[in-house]
Design a protein around this ligand. Structure first.
Ligand code: C2E
Ligand code: CA
Ligand code: CA
Ligand code: CA
Length: 284
């Protein structure tokens, strides 16, 4: 911060300064962090609301920073998007996650396919290598495209033109599922959904929050009910995120949601935990 002198920086917030410095420091440290393998992935199970079985997991990246400890994606994904590092970082996440899915399948055998959901940043969507990279990663790991779901936020696809949708269409044609993440926060035109190559809606956590009490907020109930019936009429499955209580899970199940994710089932954790959860689940 500027020191005395009567200029307007005098009132600068020292915490804001510290945040800016950290942001700058984190941004410049990102490329080396990728080289040094400081990123790791936690997996959070996706649970079928009808029978409670574990169907797959979402990959959520973290950074084990040598000074700051474990940083959540909200701290560094925006920085990586800003500098373009999100492309190699996103590719790394995809590769690790797909390999992990392969390992689960090998160890899990007959207990059923465990699918893997991976987040895709808007910058990755416009990167020309997306389709080929994804194909290569799946082939190298020996994983079928239908075991993979790529999550794209609703806001990234609002007003998307055909050029932006083309790679997603190609992936969808190959059998990769595309999920519309954070659905309901982006004010998208619902009729627009038909144009998008998506097969899953991920209802944003804000809707689940309205169902923490029993009975739930009646307006939230109506909205979710409407979204679910619209989604199903368009042949889309509905996943809900942020499920923290059994009451929420039950109401969302009654409303017809297909799959759920949240602390009520499990926090994001190491890959072995998911294997254990799925095994317990399969053996009763
Ligand atoms: P998201 O895709 O909406 O992921 C769900 C977030 O909700 C995760 O936060 C998860 O830990 C959190 N969550 C799960 N269950 C509950 C719950 O019951 N209650 C509450 N309050 N929260 C819950 P996380 O791991 O901090 O990730 C934040 C965001 O960072 C993600 O939001 C996603 O947009 C982004 N992200 C994470 N990994 C990646 C990645 O590999 N690539 C990209 N581009 N973005 C990523
Ligand atoms: Ca997501
Ligand atoms: Ca989400
Ligand atoms: Ca979200």
């Amino acid at each position: 911060a500027k020191s005395a002198g009567g200029n307007r920086f005098e009132l600068a917030d020292p915490e804001a300064d510290a945040r800016a410095i950290t942001r700058h420091g984190l941004t410049t440290a990102l490329p080396a962090a990728l080289e040094r393998d400081e990123f790791f992935i936690e997996y959070q199970p996706l649970v079928h609301l009808g029978d409670g079985s574990v169907r797959g997991a979402e990959a959520l990246v973290r950074w084990l920073h040598p000074q700051h400890g474990v940083l959540g994606p909200d701290r560094f994904i925006p920085l990586a998007e800003h500098t373009g590092l999100i492309v190699p970082l996103g590719r790394w996440v995809l590769e690790q996650s797909v390999r992990q899915a392969r390992e689960w399948r090998e160890r899990h055998g007959a207990a059923g396919p465990l699918r893997i959901n991976v987040n895709l940043s808007p910058c990755q969507l416009t990167h020309p290598g997306l389709v080929q990279d994804t194909v290569d990663i799946l082939e190298r790991a020996g994983v079928e495209p239908d075991a993979l779901c790529l999550e794209v936020t609703e806001s990234a696809l609002i007003g998307a033109d055909d050029d932006l949708l083309k790679p997603l269409r190609r992936l969808a044609e190959m059998g990769v599922d595309i999920a519309l993440d954070d659905f309901g926060t982006g004010y998208s035109n619902l009729a627009n959904l038909r144009r998008l190559p998506v097969s899953i809606l991920k209802l944003d956590r804000s809707f689940t929050q309205g169902m923490q009490q029993f009975p739930a907020d009646p307006v939230d109930l109506k909205i979710v009910e409407g979204i679910v019936s619209l989604a199903h009429s368009l042949d889309l499955a509905v996943t809900v995120e942020g499920v923290e209580t059994g009451a929420q899970a039950e109401q969302l199940r009654i409303l017809g949601c297909d799959t759920a994710q949240g602390w009520y089932y499990a926090r994001p954790g190491p890959p072995d935990r998911l294997h254990d959860l799925a095994l317990v689940d399969a053996t009763g």
